[in-house]
Design a protein around this ligand. Structure first.
Ligand SMILES: [Zn+2]
Length: 252
């Protein structure tokens, strides 16, 4: 997940209005930027849920979704039965995308997608650790913020000024752009650490071995020279693995 890039784009948008050198900029551009920031922050939980529903459906239509009979789907269902079927009351909807890419993500509406490339690379404990981490981003409100920013920085924003309102009739291309921005975004360092801890706590609470989180990070660090999109994040994978190892060692 790549919420970091979106966060950078957002801070550029948000700081523009207070930039002392803005007199050299086109006023229309500035107005537009101010509106974008306002729109992003004004999206309600319900707006974000609706946009996430549409975005999730769009991504499902663009990707090869594993059928229910697929070994991937059956394995994921088995692993994730252990994590429960909701995140803070939001029902979870799991699917596998058949692709070599190593990735997994979740949206505020409970849409959780795991790529077959990640399932090929990881054992059940590791997949459960990674999905617990993605569920943490939902439970802690990170995915809501990420979707707000993806919305404000994508072509979908033009809809807000039309009669359709904030979540009006988004076209397939607008949804595609928004969805790509969401999936390619990165979370901040503190968000990643918080989601790691959320997954660790979840595994322990449900009686599963949290060591899968450690080896998951180690595997992610070893692939593609550490250049996986799941790895662009800070802190580094070795640092994240060590943090979880320390928690296992301390027993809390
Ligand atoms: Zn994350």
């Amino acid at each position: 997940m790549t919420i970091f890039r979106i966060a950078l784009a957002a801070s550029a948008v948000f700081t523009l209005a207070s930039c002392s050198s803005m007199s050299s900029m086109d006023p229309n551009q500035l107005l537009q930027s101010g509106q974008l920031a306002t729109q992003a922050l004004s999206l309600s939980d319900s707006d974000v849920r609706t946009i996430s529903d549409k975005s999730c459906a769009q991504l499902d239509s663009e990707n090869k979704v594993a059928p229910a009979s697929s070994q991937y789907t059956q394995r994921l269902n088995k692993i994730l039965k252990q994590l429960g079927d909701n995140i803070n009351g939001v029902p979870v909807n799991y699917k596998v995308y058949i692709t070599k890419d190593v990735n997994a993500w979740a949206m505020a509406n409970g849409c959780v997608r795991v790529y077959s490339g990640l399932m090929d690379l990881m054992n059940d404990d590791e997949v459960r650790g990674v999905v617990g981490h993605e569920m943490g981003h939902v439970a802690l409100g990170h995915t809501k913020k990420a979707m707000q920013v993806a919305y404000a920085t994508s072509a979908a924003r033009s809809v807000a000024s039309s009669a359709g309102g904030v979540v009006g009739n988004l076209s397939a291309s607008q949804l595609g752009d928004l969805s790509e921005k969401f999936v390619n975004a990165q979370f901040s360092q503190s968000q990643e650490s918080a989601a790691d801890d959320y997954s660790f706590d979840m595994q322990k609470k449900k009686g599963y071995n949290p060591a899968g989180l450690v080896t998951a990070f180690q595997k992610l660090a070893s692939i593609d020279g550490g250049k996986s999109s799941m790895l662009d994040s800070h802190p580094s994978s070795p640092a994240r693995a060590k943090h979880i190892q320390d928690r296992i060692a301390s027993g809390k």
